[in-house]
Design a protein around this ligand. Structure first.
Ligand SMILES: NC(=O)c1ccc[n+]([C@@H]2O[C@H](COP(=O)([O-])OP(=O)(O)OC[C@H]3O[C@@H](n4cnc5c(N)ncnc54)[C@H](O)[C@@H]3O)[C@@H](O)[C@H]2O)c1
Length: 270
């Protein structure tokens, strides 16, 4: 299903760890739609070397960068423009990690050093990416920058832990930076709030299988897959969505606006 929607466009894709990663699917789809891009991830995340397969498949170069490190981001953005031969049209921030979640620390008993680390990786890094591209004047007009988020930013999902707070902050950055970036450079900034999806980051959340099944039964269209999320990202990077900015866009099969479904009601019938 390729329509050349991103023909001639250049970008940077953060966060492809393995074939399950949402960023992996976005890279595959962006390639199909005619884009050229640089792949990046944290140096330690590349140890498995999986990303090399994706680079080969999409004809992309890889530049390692820790998204919490501004110097590494500056190098990444400057080198990407050189490699791709001009300013960028799109950036995907597909990054998330909570040390409290990883180590099974309860939300009411946080280790604040871990909280700060997770906040830096999952939320502040988005501001760092935006600020770096803006300072280096790296985006073309009407360029599109996206981050991925989850509805725990608006509603309580107890086991999502401090990632809920990180996602709230992330979505707020999209609004605030989107204002300034829009006025100054006509660059759009949005977050996509995706259904629970079986990936490395997703499956780190306690009870994730139950979580996915619950969301499935609470969504009129069912859960959106990683590939469907990639399609939505492509449309947001394309010129067909030029006036969408500063939004949190739900991509969840209708979950966010559903109070209850027939399938859930039936579970409670005598
Ligand atoms: N899987 C889900 O259920 C789900 C639902 C909604 C939103 N999301 C969001 O989608 C995004 C992508 O996650 P995913 O589910 O594809 O999982 P994933 O584990 O494949 O991707 C997370 C990525 O973050 C990268 N990362 C971690 N620390 C980093 C750092 N310091 N610098 C640069 N990169 C770093 C990891 O290496 C990995 O590639 C995340 O923001 C996640 O919160 C996921």
């Amino acid at each position: 299903m390729a329509n050349n929607l991103l023909k001639g466009k250049r970008g940077i894709i953060f966060g492809a760890l393995n074939e399950q990663s949402i960023a992996w699917k976005v890279a595959e789809r962006a390639h199909e739609e005619g884009a050229t891009f640089v792949l990046t991830n944290a140096p330690i995340a590349m140890r498995m070397g999986e990303i090399n397969k994706l680079a080969e498949k999409t004809g992309s170069q890889i530049i390692p960068a820790d998204a919490t490190n501004v110097e590494e981001l500056e190098k990444l953005v400057a080198e990407s423009m050189e490699i791709l031969g001009g300013k960028l049209d799109f950036v995907l921030h597909s990054i998330g990690m909570s040390v409290n979640v990883r180590k099974g620390k309860h939300y009411t008993d946080e280790n604040y050093d871990w909280t700060m680390k997770g906040f830096d990786v999952s939320a502040l890094s988005f501001h760092k990416v935006l600020q770096t591209t803006k300072k280096l004047d790296a985006m073309n007009e009407w360029g599109s920058i996206l981050a991925l988020t989850y509805i725990a930013a608006q509603r309580v999902f107890p086991d999502y832990n401090d990632m809920a707070d990180n996602k709230s902050y992330l979505e707020s950055i999209a609004r605030s930076f989107g204002y300034h970036y829009g006025e100054a450079k006509k660059v759009r900034v949005n977050t996509i709030s995706q259904s629970p999806t079986m990936t490395t980051a997703g499956s780190g959340v306690k009870g994730f299988n139950e979580f996915i099944n619950f969301a499935e039964s609470m969504s009129p269209l069912g859960n959106a897959s990683a590939l469907a999320c990639a399609d939505y990202c492509i449309s947001m990077f394309s010129d067909l969505t030029r006036y969408v900015t500063m939004q949190n866009l739900f991509h969840d099969g209708g979950f966010s606006n559903t109070g209850v479904t027939q399938a859930v009601i039936e579970k409670f019938s005598d």
